[in-house]
Design a protein around this ligand. Structure first.
Ligand SMILES: NC(=O)c1ccc[n+]([C@@H]2O[C@H](COP(=O)([O-])OP(=O)(O)OC[C@H]3O[C@@H](n4cnc5c(N)ncnc54)[C@H](O)[C@@H]3O)[C@@H](O)[C@H]2O)c1
Length: 338
């Protein structure tokens, strides 16, 4: 797909509704890309943290060299408000509220009563099918999934998802636009529950939990294996290039014998059920699959942030077209020598 060079962020006003964890990092990403942003707090408590969080992201991004200018020069293009009317004039509004259809539906009603008929509306839902969400709107053709990965202002990941009634050409526009946000996006042309990465990741979560529940390995051992296997190569290549790199026939042979033994359970496993039912959230409250002291949990959060900036640097060194660029350089060298 060709990049549309005419896209100019400062002329494209974007709205974000819901200023929790992701709403704040998405807002940061859009500001860093040069968009004017209207950030709407659907619940007043968002106002307590939103500006602080966004400022913190921008300050860290400046220290890490992601942006050149001082945070204030980005913040002057941000308006944080509880007033949906301020979304007037937005070409795109991204809904980022909790994973609840009724709440999202009521938010869509408020957004659509203000925005233009031509404006696009998107949801950052993790798992609600876009075809179901778009039925909650007045103009389903302009509705898409925009699935980000936290922290949105440092990650390259973005899925642009079409529902059954979405206008694919406008999906292609969002795909192009997201290049301005520093993304290497994936366009999901047909709706499917869990989209692409969550389908793959949840197959992995299910198998990992099953291995622990059945006593084959501990949580620590499974985590160590994943970090040092997939964690080692996945920033460079995806699963298909990995099989190409390491020899396709071996995978063919293993699949025949291994697939029948993989877990294909359809209920939520006891291991995670017990954690959630006893109030466990993970590092957020120092109660998850691993044991944490509160201090340790906080340090994991900080370490994850630190790692996000480091891995970003490595990822930028190896973009999707890294080999294509090397080939072009080689050809240039060759034609000079001829
Ligand atoms: N956290 C992640 O890593 C992640 C990744 C991808 C997608 N998502 C999706 O992004 C969305 C937001 O997730 P988050 O992690 O930012 O959650 P969060 O809990 O940090 O924020 C949720 C926001 O929902 C809004 N909200 C809460 N109650 C509401 C109500 N009654 N009416 C209207 N708005 C209300 C608030 O603005 C709140 O800040 C969800 O759909 C989630 O599935 C999250």
């Amino acid at each position: 797909m060709m990049k549309d060079v005419s896209l100019h962020a400062p002329e494209i006003k974007v709205g974000v509704v819901g200023l929790g964890l992701m709403g704040c990092s998405i807002t940061t990403c859009l500001l860093m890309a040069g968009h004017p942003v209207v950030a709407v707090a659907p619940v007043s408590s968002d106002l307590t943290f939103a500006l602080k969080r966004i400022k913190k992201h921008l300050q860290r991004s400046r220290r890490e060299g992601l942006i050149k200018n001082a945070p204030d020069s980005y913040l002057q293009h941000l308006s944080i408000t509880e007033d949906y009317q301020q979304l007037k004039g937005c070409a795109l509004v991204i809904e980022c509220t909790i994973e609840n259809i009724d709440i999202k539906k009521s938010v869509y009603g408020k957004i659509e009563s203000v925005i233009d008929q031509n404006a696009l509306l998107a949801s950052n839902t993790s798992a609600i099918p876009i075809s179901i969400l778009q039925k909650q709107t007045s103009y389903p053709a302009r509705f898409f999934g925009l699935h980000w990965a936290e922290p949105s202002h440092t990650t390259r990941f973005l899925e642009v998802i079409c529902g059954n009634e979405s206008d694919i050409t406008r999906g292609e526009y969002l795909y192009e636009l997201s290049h301005l946000w520093g993304k290497e996006p994936t366009l999901v042309r047909k709706d499917i529950r869990g989209f692409i990465t969550n389908r793959i990741m949840y197959a992995m979560y299910r198998e990992a939990i099953w291995l622990v529940e059945q006593g084959f390995a501990t949580v620590e051992d499974v985590d160590r294996a994943c970090r040092n296997n997939a964690g080692y190569w996945m920033t460079l290549v995806g699963v298909f290039r990995w099989m190409d790199l390491t020899g396709v026939p071996a995978y063919h042979t293993v699949m025949k014998d291994l697939f029948p033994t993989l877990n294909n359970g359809t209920t939520v496993p006891k291991l995670i059920d017990d954690i959630v039912k006893s109030g466990g959230k993970g590092v957020a409250n120092a109660h998850g699959f691993h044991a944490y002291t509160p201090e340790e949990a906080k340090l994991w959060e900080e370490t994850f942030t630190e790692f996000s900036y480091d891995i970003r640097k490595l990822a930028l060194k190896y973009p999707e077209d890294v080999v294509k660029k090397k080939l072009q350089a080689l050809q240039k060298k060759k034609s000079k020598a001829d």
